[in-house]
Write a protein that binds this ligand. Structure first.
Ligand code: ZN
Length: 289
């Protein structure tokens, strides 16, 4: 299966190196919305959708003013998945399935651009996004991004483990090369998405971590601003940190078989988009390039 790496939304929070910017100063530190477009026998599959066409053309009230002010999304229509799918020569209708790591606004914004797609996710995430119990939940989950009807396909974890991780196999209508790997903590129903491509497994870990060096097997590190953002957004710290430890262990023990990536690290995105498959710990070195 061919896998494309797409950045479907750049956000430019201030904070410089505190937010992971390699250059000195406190200027904007671009964060990506790293999505995957997978060519399968069951049609095109999007993993996460970033910001959608309506988000960038009329962001309020689809997006919350709080997160708009904090993250300063670039709102570039050319970055939307819809435009990028078209540039790759496909039609919107070719996208038959979308798998979302979770329903935060910067992952679910493109759902309305692909009305023919079935949307796969953990049931707990949909439930939590619909109930929106806290102010943060009301800011992060934006029902205007997923008005009915949406062809939701929800799951609970179960089945044979994947590299020791609980997972969901047999996603409806999809080949066995795509599966959900629950990685809760950032949200209630947050999950990774494992994809077996021509060069082995990729694990899109969503927002399970935010900075490439958090996956360094021996010396994990996260800049203070990105760490604070993760704390603000977490719903279960213990689960979040335990899942980061498990991901580091996966990189350490199976780094040749599985490449792990997250949604928002620009250097990591650029490495994958350039067609490189980093080796365990090499992204930490890439940070110094
Ligand atoms: Zn995110």
């Amino acid at each position: 299966m061919r896998i494309h790496h797409l950045n479907c939304g750049t956000m430019c929070p201030y904070g410089g190196s505190l937010m992971g910017r390699p250059e000195p100063g406190l200027g904007p530190s671009p964060l990506t919305c790293h999505c995957l477009l997978v060519e399968t026998d069951a049609g095109l599959v999007l993993v996460d959708t970033g910001l959608g066409v309506d988000d960038v053309t009329a962001p309020v009230p689809r997006l919350s003013r709080f997160f708009m002010g904090l993250l300063r999304p670039r709102l570039d229509i050319e970055e939307t998945a819809a435009r990028q799918v078209a540039r790759l020569g496909h039609s919107i209708a070719d996208v038959r399935h979308i798998i979302v790591t979770h329903l935060d606004f910067d992952h679910a914004g493109g759902l309305t651009d692909f009305p023919n797609a079935k949307v796969h996710l953990l049931g707990a995430e949909l439930e939590s996004a619909r109930t929106r119990r806290t102010p943060i939940a009301r800011g992060r989950y934006r029902p205007a991004q997923w008005p009915p009807p949406v062809a939701w396909q929800t799951y609970s974890p179960g089945g044979e483990p994947w590299f020791g991780f609980e997972c969901v196999r047999e996603l409806v209508g999809l080949p066995p090369d795509l599966l959900l790997v629950p990685l809760t903590g950032h949200t209630v129903g947050h999950c990774g998405v494992a994809v077996r491509g021509d060069e082995g497994w990729l694990l899109h870990a969503g927002d399970a971590y935010f900075f490439r060096e958090e996956m360094h097997p021996e010396h994990p590190r996260c800049p203070a601003g990105l760490r604070a953002y993760q704390v603000m957004m977490e719903v279960d710290r213990k689960a979040r940190l335990a899942n980061q430890r498990r991901l580091r262990e996966l990189v350490r023990t199976h780094g040749d078989a599985v490449k792990v990536l997250c949604a928002h690290d620009r250097v990591e995105f650029e490495t994958f988009a350039a067609g490189k498959r980093p080796t365990a710990g090499s992204l930490a070195a890439a940070a110094q390039l």
